[in-house]
Design a protein. Structure first.
Lengths: 271, 350
């Protein structure tokens, strides 16, 4: 209480720095080990530095490519699916008021709060009951459960700001439903959807738990990495792939952050 | 009221611009529009006047196609309107909040309807420019709606509707958001525009001054029904019900007994305050006039006029006199004198 206003006590500062280091130092280590010359174990400090693992990952490890393609396909299709379904759900729930609307809204958002292992187990037993064979599509369905949430959340926030009169004005001026969506609604909600879609893509791309339960024999990139850690050879290749995954997921998240922030500015709220 | 459909009418009879036959529209248990019949003629400047919740806006939305009637029949220029979506009606709307598209320039907003109809870029830009010039906003094509004042936005909304050459233009509280000076100016401009274009204008307002000064005909709405339709003069001079007498202007509504005793007939009677003169007690009253004696209980100075509230034996009367004629004070005894012809007996009690 006696400390100056605005300045945190020294202890708190140290704790904050320690917390940040604890969160981010492992990330730095992953980057570091992508350049190590030691291939059997992660010894610190690395005995030497090399960029050879990038070349090896690119040209000598064909086992990387199928999981990578699978991950990209799954993320792309799950994102597309959740863009459509999440937007429709957001449009419907923002437009009308009815008994139980809040409950339905909660049910849409719940999958992201639910532990992945619960989602995974329940989807797995559901697929069993339906007699669905595990394939890329079961992974996509699993990912869509939580990808829809981020799109839905972004879409509904923007829809609420969209004046209902704009849709009526467009209809009044001769535009049918499709034209109204194309020329009036989509330009208004576009950035929100893009941001939601990018978040969804990032979420799907590095998902492990739900994927473990809903994939059959195939591995996505994160699952391939997990299995790779057990093997004793060319370990830094895993780190090279990890750097790649890091970039593929970080960039869309950053883009989404800036897109939605800009949207708030356009909406007139300060800072 | 003719109940015949368009098919049984002779070929030369011109159909109304808008015609409602026993139209009802309910929201839940609320009957917003209740078995309403109405005819709006081509080229009319028609006002729908009423308090909020009286069904006037629902009527407008029924014409635009944003609402569909639960019951009854609507025709627009002789064509059945039920089931026809808004985008297939030759009707355009100026919305209360203007509803300009914020992501488009003013020019794109105005050209929107033409763009949807597939008009070529050059032609729609020329037409949009002409429409903007008509509402005195030539040269504003490239601005964004957010850069305009309220009055300018309203003009853009007007141009955006008119550029489509609608058969009926609907205006929902068109001047509600403007300040007084601008409102008066826009009233004049709207009137002139309507005369020039000859398009049927239907506008909704809760402002009786606006309705009386702009419209050829006024419909007074209350609780989903039309209480009276007529020219502004008819509505003001000959209110047929206490509601109309009270809502349009202000009025002394006299009970039947008082009316009969003071030069009128034994009906509920409307007497406008400005028809009552305030005189000294004992002033001589000619035979064509009626009078009541009372005491001034309050005085309300309004600039151009002064209002006196006078308590007589049986009633409380309000008289409005030019400010220069006001020389009485609170508590003074006065004699109120009015022409018997100013007393309007009303058919309906409510």
């Amino acid at each position: 209480m006696s400390s100056e206003r605005g300045a945190a006590p020294l202890g708190l500062k140290i704790a904050a720095v320690a917390g940040l280091l604890f969160l981010h130092l492992p990330l730095a280590l992953i980057f570091l080990y992508a350049f190590t010359t030691e291939e059997r174990s992660f010894a610190f400090p690395p005995p030497g530095y090399t960029t050879q693992w990038f070349g090896i990952a690119w040209s000598e490890r064909p086992d990387i490519w199928p999981p990578l393609w699978l991950s990209l396909k799954v993320a792309a299709i799950a994102t597309a699916l959740s863009l459509i379904l999440g937007t429709l759900a957001g449009a419907a729930l923002s437009r009308t008021k009815f008994f139980g609307r809040e409950t339905i809204s909660l049910l849409f958002v719940l999958p992201i709060a639910l532990p992945g292992i619960i989602t995974g187990i329940s989807l797995r037993s559901a697929f069993d009951i339906m007699g669905l064979d595990f394939s890329m599509w079961t992974i996509i369905l699993g990912h869509a459960t939580f990808c829809i949430v981020v799109v839905y959340n972004n879409a509904i926030a923007r829809f609420r700001r969209l004046s209902g009169n704009l849709v009526e004005a467009s209809m009044d001026l001769g535009a049918n439903g499709f034209q109204t969506f194309r020329y009036v609604v989509l330009p208004q909600i576009g950035t929100a959807l893009l941001a939601g879609g990018m978040l969804a893509f990032a979420l799907s791309f590095d998902e492990v738990i739900v994927t473990t339960f809903t994939a059959g024999q195939q591995s996505t990139l994160p699952i391939w990495m997990l299995s790779e850690l057990i093997r004793p050879r060319q370990r830094p290749v895993t780190n090279v792939v990890a750097v790649f995954v890091f970039l593929v997921t970080l960039l869309p998240i950053l883009a989404a952050y800036f897109l939605t922030r800009e949207g708030e500015h356009a909406g007139g709220s300060s800072k | 009221m003719s109940s015949s459909g368009p098919s049984s009418q002779p070929a030369f009879a011109m159909p109304s611009a808008v015609s409602f036959r026993n139209v009802s529209r309910a929201f839940g248990s609320v009957r917003a529009v209740d078995r309403l019949s109405l005819d709006i003629d081509e080229g009319e400047f028609f006002a729908m006047l009423g308090p909020s919740g009286s069904g006037k806006t629902t009527c407008l939305r029924l014409i635009a196609g944003f609402e569909q009637p639960d019951d009854g029949h609507i025709e627009i220029f002789g064509e059945t309107a039920e089931g026809v979506p808004p985008y297939k009606r030759s009707v355009n709307t100026v919305f209360q909040d203007y509803a300009l598209f914020p992501h488009m320039s003013v020019g794109e907003n105005v050209a929107y309807g033409l763009m949807i109809r597939g008009v070529s870029r050059a032609e729609r830009e020329a037409k949009a420019r002409a429409a903007l010039e008509m509402v005195k906003l030539g040269g504003y094509e490239l601005r964004r709606p957010a850069q305009l004042s309220g009055g300018q936005r309203q003009r853009v909304a007007l141009a955006r509707a008119l550029v489509n050459e609608p058969k009926v233009l609907l205006l929902d509280e068109p001047l509600g958001a403007l300040d007084l000076k601008l409102r008066e100016q826009m009233q004049e401009e709207l009137k002139a525009l309507q005369k020039e274009l000859g398009i049927t204008f239907v506008f909704v307002t809760h402002d009786q001054g606006e309705a009386l000064s702009m419209a050829n005909r006024v419909a007074i709405f209350n609780e989903g029904k039309i209480m009276q339709v007529g020219s502004p003069v008819e509505i003001y001079e000959r209110p047929r019900s206490r509601f109309v007498a009270d809502f349009v202007g202000s009025s002394n509504v006299l009970p039947p007994k008082f009316a009969a005793a003071h030069g009128g007939t034994a009906y509920w009677t409307s007497l406008r305050p400005e028809r009552i003169g305030v005189f000294a007690p004992g002033t001589l009253v000619p035979a064509v006039q009626a009078h009541a004696d009372g005491i001034v209980t309050s005085i309300n100075y309004q600039g151009s006029a002064t209002r006196f509230c006078v308590t007589t034996d049986e009633a409380l009367l309000t008289a409005e006199t030019p400010a220069t004629a006001a020389r009485y004070r609170q508590g003074d005894g006065v004699r109120l004198i009015w022409p018997k012809s100013a007393m309007v007996a009303m058919e309906a009690e409510t």
